[in-house]
Write a protein that binds this ligand. Structure first.
Ligand SMILES: Cc1cc2nc3c(=O)[nH]c(=O)nc-3n(C[C@H](O)[C@H](O)[C@H](O)COP(=O)(O)OP(=O)(O)OC[C@H]3O[C@@H](n4cnc5c(N)ncnc54)[C@H](O)[C@@H]3O)c2cc1C
Length: 832
């Protein structure tokens, strides 16, 4: 990532200039106002000013770093859960390493390395997988044995340790000094950083942020960025933006001087939940507790600055004992500081970044989950680019503030979920892991029925969905592992039943939006890359693009009437897609969220027609019901919208029934399917079925930075049907010919290893990308996945001729690669 100055196009788009020149006074206007002088706000100011947007004012209610930043332990980790965040962490290290020279302010940044130990084979595998993922971005790491571990960390008790991950270039820094260096840099490039100015209110006019009101007066601004740490939720709520953020107590201790404790790498003992950092000859020991104590805002006094909470020794004892077991010398060492301070966390342990859909020109950067120091450098860069360019420097959907469903932003939800999320930081990051708290917020009309039939539920965006079905008396509970989990055989059967006979799955979690009115067709034509000017009763698989040609959504538009359409989208992008429609629909159009009014049951498999014709009062024959068509019909005694589509690659229908009628329709379908041994199918099997077919999943496989040619989806766009958002970019990409970044399907030759996602793709011995999805392909007999390959001349022949391997936990396995689907590439089965 570059941070080159001088990108001035955006600057010209701003109206007016700062009214005052005195850098210590509150101006009456600025191009950007940043709220909050912690590491995040200061990093954003630095990056904005460095890119040439110097008319920036940062307002801090008390003194810089006084919120959470001043007491950060100082770890700057390269270990992150996702590829993009790993890449950002790498950038952050490079920035912190160079700040002192750039600004003249010492930061305390040191590359002292880090060690992460494993006490179970599963943790060892997790560390190996993390190490593999990090290598995609050139982050070097290695697995070491206990002998080397003891050499790197004299005094460690290696009993019970099976090995460790060593990252030589990992580091630590001083939080206050690093923030001050960023501030100095920001000021050097022209930004104003003002202390003791409390923002009382964000000013909003016609749905747009237009400035802030402070105790000392108002500042008009073109854009407002909220980096207010744990105060952010309350500040944003005043203007109707609900942020899923909640503070928790967070602890560490600092010992007296310890012999030989210099230049030690950071040590993480995940299985015990503790970490150790050398701190000028002492040890700072902290932890991520499984029993975190929440901290409602009424516990934070108005004048809270450089403050802390009382320490509950009983609460700490467990972790102190764990720490002593890892580092026995602690038993003989005094503790000079017990520390407990608040930090805010999010429901999924990932940040909240970007423009809010509710209020235009209002951006947030909060929810640091006790990694704000390590993240701050990169987040400053991401936010500055986002504010200036209108989009971030890469696909950072996992941290996008739009990702949460409204129920996940309710106070009860955040209070219940977030302490668990904090504890999850150092817990095992099992594949398919399901949180235990804040469950059952949104249920399908079939929830109880499916529960009785053995459903094991998983939660996505607050919605409970059946992931697999327990059979033969088994309990519907996950037993996690990196190997085959307890439900592997059940889901294999579900997968095969859909391929060989018929299955049904509940996908009521779909977001369902009705777009109607005189201009509905015209308005949707502008938003969709596909041609939705079809006759009523037709379905269009389409993407929504951004101006750069990147894919903002991947969904189905069903024309349910002359002036009426239904948009169905995945629950994970429900909130984002709703706002996209709201912002881009023009003319005489009405938009209605009908998600909760209708269920959706997908009946799929070669016997789907035979089942449906027993209960549907409509012609479902090949001639009577074409693929990609839909109609209102009576099914199982209820009036439903029936459409012929498949996300699993088989003959099948989706049945949208009124919520209250759904159990009745479902029972009729099950009864009709009994002679074909119809099976309940969970969403894990749907995932493996769709991957065999090469069907993409927005948010995982494709996103706002991928164009249709790279994603292999250019067939879905219809540039000749009229103008649409991103059409010019689409045509430009088309003119450029073969992209050197293409989404490719893989199948391992060895049937044993499992793929999840993030595994490196190796082409002719060189890492060229990573898997965005992975699952076991039961119809093709091995683990499969897909991911972007970056290499020149990526023709089908070149891909066929190259040697591919997938790296799983540091071991490489040979793989077959294909641009076409691994199963039924001609798509004949869906169209029978
Ligand atoms: C015990 C502990 C140890 C930690 N250790 C680490 C670590 O080792 N590594 C790591 O990466 N992270 C660590 N963290 C987390 C890290 O400290 C935070 O993630 C980070 O400091 C958050 O920075 P911020 O800028 O988002 O928030 P803050 O530092 O809280 O900054 C927000 C600022 O906004 C100001 N503000 C609020 N309201 C207003 C208003 N109305 N007007 C103007 N200003 C306002 C506040 O005064 C505050 O200064 C630790 C946290 C704790 C509690």
């Amino acid at each position: 990532m570059s941070t080159g100055a001088g990108d001035c196009q955006w600057k010209q788009n701003f109206k007016g200039k700062a009214a005052m020149t005195d850098k210590n006074k509150l101006p009456s206007r600025a191009r950007v106002v940043i709220i909050g002088g912690g590491i995040v706000g200061c990093s954003i100011a630095y990056h904005l000013a460095k890119r040439g947007v110097s008319d920036v004012v940062l307002l801090e209610r008390k003194q810089l770093t006084c919120g959470t930043t001043w007491h950060a332990a100082g770890l700057v980790s390269m270990l992150w859960p996702t590829p993009y965040l790993t890449n950002l962490a790498k950038y952050c290290h490079e920035l912190y390493a160079s700040l002192e020279e750039e600004t003249g302010q010492a930061t305390g940044y040191r590359r002292i390395g880090s060690l992460s130990v494993a006490r179970t084979p599963e943790r060892l595998e997790e560390l190996r997988r993390t190490s593999s993922m990090a290598s995609v971005f050139g982050v070097e790491s290695e697995m070491i044995d206990n002998e080397r571990l003891a050499r790197f960390y004299p005094g460690i008790n290696i009993d019970g340790i099976l090995g460790a991950l060593y990252i030589e270039k990992d580091g630590q820094t001083n939080a206050v000094d690093t923030t001050m260096a960023l501030t100095k840099g920001a000021r050097k490039y022209g930004a104003r950083v003002l202390e003791n100015v409390k923002v009382e209110e964000i000013l909003v006019e016609d749905g747009q942020a237009v400035g802030v009101k402070t105790e000392q007066g108002s500042v008009a601004a073109d854009k407002v960025v909220l980096a207010g740490g744990l105060w952010s939720r309350d500040i944003a709520a005043k203007i109707g933006v609900d942020l899923p953020l909640y503070a928790c107590e967070h602890y560490y201790v600092v010992t007296d001087d310890m012999d030989g404790m210099t230049k030690r790498p950071v040590l993480r003992d995940f299985d015990k939940g503790v970490y150790f950092k050398e701190d000028t000859g002492k040890v700072l020991m902290g932890w991520f507790e499984h029993n975190a104590v929440g901290c409602p805002m009424d516990r934070i006094p108005e004048d809270f600055a450089f403050d802390e909470f009382p320490c509950d020794l009983e609460h700490m004892e467990e972790y102190l004992l764990r720490g002593m077991a890892t580092m026995p010398a602690l038993e003989q060492t005094g503790i000079r500081l017990f520390f407990n301070g608040p930090e805010s966390f999010t429901p999924d342990n990932l940040h909240l970044l970007g423009p809010t859909p509710e209020v235009d020109n209002f951006f947030v950067a909060c929810g640091m989950n006790s990694k704000g120091l390590a993240a701050g450098g990169g987040i400053g860069k991401v936010m500055a680019d986002w504010v200036i360019d209108g989009y971030p420097p890469g696909d950072i959907w996992e941290c996008d503030v739009r990702r949460h469903h409204p129920v996940q932003r309710e106070q009860a939800y955040v209070e219940a979920r977030i302490p668990e999320a904090l504890g999850h930081t150092y817990a095992m990051h099992w594949p398919f892991y399901q949180y235990k708290t804040a469950r059952n917020c949104i249920q399908s009309p079939l929830h109880e029925v499916l529960k009785e039939q053995g459903a094991c539920f998983g939660e996505v965006a607050g919605f409970e969905r059946p992931n697999w079905f327990a059979r033969d008396g088994a309990r519907a509970e996950y037993q996690y592992s990196y190997k085959r989990q307890n439900w592997f055989e059940f889901y294999a059967q579900e997968h095969k039943s859909m391929r060989e006979s018929v299955g049904i799955y509940d996908i009521s979690s779909f977001g369902k939006f009705e777009v109607s009115g005189k201009d509905a067709e015209r308005a949707l034509q502008w938003i969709c890359a596909g041609d939705v000017a079809v006759d009523p009763g037709n379905l269009v698989y389409t993407q929504w693009l951004n101006e750069r040609g990147g894919i903002e959504a991947d969904l189905t538009v069903s024309r349910t009437g002359p002036d009426r359409f239904m948009v169905t989208t995945a629950i994970g992008s429900y909130n984002k897609d709703w706002w996209h429609l709201k912002k881009h629909l023009q003319g005489d159009v009405q938009l209605r969220d009908i998600s909760a009014d209708y269920s959706c049951m997908a009946l799929q498999g070669p016997n789907a027609r035979a089942v449906l014709e027993k209960v549907a009062e409509t012609d479902v024959s090949i001639e009577g019901f074409a693929f990609a068509s839909g109609r209102y019909a009576r099914v199982g005694g209820a009036d439903v919208w029936l459409q012929r589509l498949s996300y699993v690659g088989e003959l099948g229908w989706e049945i949208f029934a009124p919520a209250s009628e759904t159990p009745r329709v479902f029972a009729a379908l099950q009864q009709a399917g009994a002679e074909f041994d119809i099976r309940n199918v969970g969403l894990h099997a749907v995932n493996s079925l769709r991957l065999e077919k090469g069907f993409r999943h927005w948010g995982h496989d494709i996103g706002s930075e991928d164009n249709l040619f790279q994603a292999g989806l250019s067939f879905a766009a219809k540039p000749d049907a009229g103008n649409f958002i991103g059409r010019d970019a689409f045509l430009q990409a088309k003119a450029m010919g073969l992209p050197d970044r293409r989404l490719v399907q893989f199948k391992l030759d060895d049937p044993e290893p499992l793929l999840y996602h993030n595994e490196p793709i190796v082409m002719d011995g060189r890492i060229v990308g990573y898997l965005t999805s992975g699952m076991y392909g039961h119809s093709v007999g091995a683990a499969i996945g897909m991911g972007f390959v970056v290499a020149p001349g990526l023709t089908a022949d070149r891909i066929r001729e190259a040697t591919f391997e997938i790296e799983v936990a540091k071991d490489r396995f040979s793989a077959q690669a294909s641009l076409r689907a691994l199963y039924d590439p001609s798509a004949s089965r869906m169209k029978i």
